[in-house]
Design a protein around this ligand. Structure first.
Ligand code: SF4
Ligand code: SF4
Length: 121
């Protein structure tokens, strides 16, 4: 979605807690035999994660693990592209929109977020 406006900065692939996945994502990866992805999932142990005044994740949510640099483990660091693009989680397909279709908090470098905000203004 909105890929033509993406500068591939990779910043949407960075979060200190991890990248959220849905039950639907997990079901699809099981069906498609993507053990390599399933092995990289972690369960949130904190009670919750807040960002910008919004409660993002809750205890027990499943997330894709991030590296020491806080980028998703599936981000190709050299080329700044997703190494599981065809299988990426729903949240990544919709970014910078939330599952309900509103504009998510987006990084300063996000040309897509700026473009969409421009459409909203
Ligand atoms: S799954 Fe792909 S698109 Fe989603 S955060 Fe990880 S590298 Fe980025
Ligand atoms: S933050 Fe925005 S511009 Fe950067 S890679 Fe993600 S969608 Fe593209």
């Amino acid at each position: 979605m909105f890929e033509e406006y993406c500068s591939r900065c990779g910043e949407c692939c960075r979060h200190y807690a991890g990248i959220p996945v849905t039950k639907k994502d997990v079901k699809r990866w099981k069906k498609n035999g993507r053990k390599d992805i399933l092995e990289k999932l972690v369960v949130l142990e904190e009670d919750f994660v807040m960002e910008g005044g919004i409660r993002l994740f809750d205890k027990g949510d499943r997330l894709i693990e991030t590296g020491e640099d806080k980028y998703c483990t599936f981000l190709n660091r050299e080329e700044r592209v997703c190494s599981i693009y065809e299988e990426r989680p729903e949240v990544c397909r919709k970014f910078p929109l939330t599952p309900s279709g509103t504009l998510w908090i987006y990084p300063e470098s996000c040309t897509v977020g700026k473009r969409i905000k421009g459409l909203y203004d």
